[in-house]
Design a binder for this molecule. Structure first.
Ligand code: CA
Length: 230
C-alpha cells in the first residue's frame, strides 16, 4: 500500500522502530523529533497519516493534533506512554482517529495505519465521485479532471474559460457583474479589465452554444452582466 506517513516522536529508538516496520510494509516515512518541526511538516507537506507522540518538546501532541485538525482531515494516531493521557484524549474529543499506548507491538501499529488509510482513501474517493461532475442539459463539466463535454462531444477550454464557465454554472440564475467575474476568476496581479470577461464569454459561447446570438446557457443581462440559465 502506498502512503506517506509522518512520525512525530522524540524517542529515537521508538521512531526508528516504527519507521522500519512501516517501510517494510511499503510506506514512505519521515520522522520529526520535535513538536514544532512535526507540526510544520504535517501542515505544509504531503502527508497521508500522522503518528503523533503526546509528550514532545516545544509543542505537545494535544496542541499539534488540534492544529492539524483545523487544516486537514488526514488520519491521526496518537501514541502515549501514560494511561492518564488516554483518559484525557477520550474526554477531549480532540479529533484523533485512534490512539495506542506504549509499549505496543509494531505490527499492531502497522495494522492500524493500514486500516485508517484504507478508510480515509475510501472517504476521499467517494467524495470526489459525488462532487466532481456538473451536468446542465447538454453540458457536462468534470471539475476534477477539468474536462467539458457539449452534447456528448469533448470540447477544449483554456484555464480561464474553464474557470469562468464552471463558476457561472455553479451559481445558476445568479446575475454577476463583469467586475465581480473578473475579480473572481482573475487574480489581482492579472493585467486586463472587464473587457477580458466579455472576450472570454464570447469564446465560451462559441464552444457551448448552438447559436451564440440566442444563448441557452449564458445569458447577457444588458447593462449588468451575465447569468447562467438553469
Ligand atoms: Ca515523547
Amino acid at each position: 500500500m502506498n502512503g506517506r506517513i509522518l512520525i512525530i516522536e522524540d524517542e529515537v529508538t521508538i521512531a526508528d522502530l516504527e519507521r522500519d516496520y512501516l517501510e517494510l510494509s511499503g510506506f514512505r516515512v519521515r520522522i520529526a523529533a520535535r513538536g514544532d518541526e512535526g507540526l510544520s511538516m504535517a501542515l505544509h507537506e504531503d502527508v497521508d497519516l500522522v503518528i503523533l507522540d503526546l509528550m514532545l518538546p516545544e509543542i505537545d501532541g494535544f496542541e499539534i493534533c488540534r492544529q492539524i485538525r483545523e487544516e486537514k482531515n488526514i488520519p491521526i494516531i496518537l501514541v502515549s506512554a501514560k494511561k492518564d493521557d488516554i483518559d484525557k484524549i477520550r474526554g477531549l474529543g480532540m479529533g484523533a482517529d485512534d490512539y495506542i499506548t506504549k509499549p505496543f507491538s509494531p505490527s499492531e501499529l502497522v495494522a492500524r495505519v493500514k486500516a485508517h488509510l484504507d478508510r480515509y482513501n475510501r472517504l476521499v474517493s467517494a467524495r470526489v465521485q459525488k462532487n466532481e461532475i456538473l451536468e446542465i442539459r447538454g453540458l457536462k463539466i468534470d471539475k476534477t479532471a477539468r474536462r467539458v463535454w457539449v452534447n456528448g462531444e469533448e470540447t477544449s477550454f483554456t484555464t480561464k474559460e474553464f474557470d469562468l464557465l464552471t463558476f457561472l454554472a455553479e451559481h445558476p440564475n445568479h446575475v454577476f457583474r463583469k467586475e465581480e467575474l473578473f475579480r473572481e476568476i482573475w487574480d489581482m496581479e492579472s493585467l486586463g479589465d472587464i473587457a477580458t470577461v466579455t472576450v472570454h464569454i464570447k469564446k465560451i459561447r462559441e464552444k457551448i452554444e448552438f447559436n451564440s446570438a440566442r444563448p441557452q446557457y449564458i445569458e447577457t443581462i444588458w447593462g449588468v452582466g451575465y447569468r447562467f440559465k438553469m
